[in-house]
Design a protein around this ligand. Structure first.
Ligand code: ADP
Ligand code: MG
Length: 362
C-alpha cells in the first residue's frame, strides 16, 4: 500500500492554469476527496497522478517513489471514470479479466482473482452477462471490479457515481466507502458534490480555480472554513453572507447597511488581523435563530418571504432590507408569508472574513 504526495504540482493548458502549485498528501489507506466546482482542476490533478498528463512543474510520489517519469502502467494505480466505458461486446467476466490478460497473468490465476472480486462486489451472478444487460449500478460495480482485480497501490476515481440516479448514488456511496476500508487501498476520489465529499472522505481537499483552498476532515472544513469560498461551498443551504464595514469603538460593530452587529470582545480582537475595514459576516442557515417577537436585544427585524417545508426541517427565506437570509427551523415553527420576525446570529456560530483576501478572521 502507499501514500501519495504531490509537491508544487502545476499544470497549464495554454492560458488556463488548471492546477497551480498543488501540495497535497493522501496517507496510506486514506480516502481523500478532491472537491470543487466544475473546471477547478480536479480531473487534471487526478490525471497527473495517473500519468495521463505531464505536469510542467512539481513532483508526484507514490509511496516514497518519484513517479514523474514513469508511464501510467508502471505507476500501479487504477483509475475509475465517470463513464465506465465497459467493452460492450465482452461479458462481465471478460471485462474484469481484461487488465490481467494484458499483464499476461496465467489463466487460472485470472479465474480465481475475478471470482474473488466479483464476490466482494456481489456481482458473481452477472459474470456471463454483457454490459447492456446490466443496470447502471451494476455497470458501475463492474468498472470498479475491473480496477480492483489488479490489486493496485492506489485507486483514482473521477466522479464515478455521477451517472447514477439519486437513490442508487446514496447506496453506492456507502458501499464504496465500506469497500475501500475493507480493501485498505489509498483512494483519491474526485467529486463536485459536497455531500458525497462529506459522507465519504476521511479527508477533503477543496480546490477553486486550480488553487488548493483547504485540506481537512469533513468536520474541520464544515466548522472551521479557512476562507469565504470554503464557507460558501460547504453546507446546504449555503452560508448567508453580508458585506459589512467594521467600525471600531468601545464595542466593535459590523455595519451591513441594513443592520448593525456588535462583536464580542474576543471576536473584536481576532478581527484586528484584517487588511481593511471591509469584512464579510457569514452565518449558516442552520445557525440562524428565528423568533416571533423581539424578546431579546441584538435581534434583526426580517420579513418572511418564502417557506419551504422539507419534512424534517423547514427552510425560511427572510428579507432583511435587500438581503435574503435563509434559516433552517423546526417544522413546528408556524408563521405566515409577510410576517415580521426577529432573527439572531449567535456569536459563537458566526464567521467573519476579510473581504479583500477572503481569509477567515474569526
Ligand atoms: N486537455 C485540455 N485542454 C485544454 N484545457 C483543458 C484541458 N483539460 C482541462 N482543461 C481546462 O482546465 C481547467 C480544469 O479542468 P478539469 O481538470 O477538467 O476540471 P474539473 O475536473 O475540476 O471540472 C478547465 O478550465 C478546463 O477547461
Ligand atoms: Mg472533472
Amino acid at each position: 500500500m502507499a501514500k501519495v504526495t504531490l509537491k508544487n504540482v502545476t499544470k497549464r493548458f495554454g492560458d488556463v492554469m488548471a492546477v497551480k502549485e498543488l501540495n497535497l498528501e493522501a496517507s496510506d489507506r486514506e480516502f481523500l476527496v478532491l472537491l470543487g466546482p466544475s473546471g477547478c482542476g480536479k480531473t487534471t490533478a487526478l490525471r497527473c497522478i495517473a500519468g495521463l498528463e505531464t505536469p510542467e512543474k512539481g513532483e508526484i510520489y507514490i509511496g516514497d517513489k518519484l513517479v514523474n517519469d514513469l508511464d501510467p502502467k508502471e505507476r500501479d494505480v487504477a483509475m475509475v471514470f465517470q463513464s465506465y466505458a465497459l467493452y460492450p461486446h465482452m461479458t462481465v467476466f471478460k471485462n474484469m479479466a481484461f487488465p490481467l490478460e494484458n499483464l499476461k497473468v496465467p489463466k487460472d490465476e485470472i479465474q480465481t482473482k475475478v471470482q474473488k472480486v466479483a464476490e466482494l462486489l456481489k456481482i458473481e451472478v452477472l459474470l456471463d452477462r454483457k454490459p447492456k444487460q446490466l443496470s447502471g449500478g451494476q455497470r458501475q460495480r463492474v468498472a470498479l471490479g475491473r480496477a480492483m482485480v489488479r490489486d493496485p497501490h492506489v485507486f483514482l476515481m473521477d466522479e464515478p457515481l455521477s451517472n447514477l440516479d439519486a437513490k442508487l448514488r446514496v447506496y453506492m456511496r456507502a458501499e464504496l466507502k465500506k469497500l475501500q476500508k475493507e480493501l485498505g487501498v489509498t483512494t483519491i476520489y474526485v467529486t463536485h458534490d459536497q455531500v458525497e465529499a462529506m459522507t465519504m472522505g476521511d479527508k477533503i481537499a477543496i480546490l477553486n480555480e486550480g488553487v488548493l483552498q483547504q485540506v481537512g476532515t469533513p468536520d474541520g472544513i464544515y466548522f472551521s472554513p479557512s476562507n469565504v469560498f470554503v464557507a460558501g461551498f460547504i453546507g446546504s443551504p449555503p452560508t448567508n453572507f453580508f458585506d459589512c464595514t467594521l467600525m471600531e469603538g468601545v464595542i466593535c460593530t459590523l455595519d451591513t447597511g441594513e443592520f448593525k452587529y456588535s462583536l464580542p470582545e474576543n471576536v473584536a480582537e481576532a478581527a484586528k488581523k484584517r487588511t481593511s475595514d471591509a469584512c464579510i459576516l457569514g452565518v449558516r442557515p442552520q445557525d440562524v435563530l428565528v423568533y416571533k417577537d423581539a424578546k431579546k436585544k441584538r435581534l434583526v427585524k426580517a420579513v418572511l418571504d418564502v417557506i419551504e417545508p422539507l419534512g424534517d426541517v423547514t427552510i425560511l427565506d427572510l428579507k432583511v432590507g435587500d438581503y435574503l437570509v435563509k434559516a433552517v427551523v423546526s417544522p413546528d415553527f408556524k408563521a405566515e408569508l409577510g410576517d415580521e420576525l426577529w432573527i439572531e446570529f449567535p456569536a459563537e456560530k458566526t464567521h467573519i472574513f476579510d473581504k479583500k483576501t477572503g481569509a477567515t478572521l474569526v
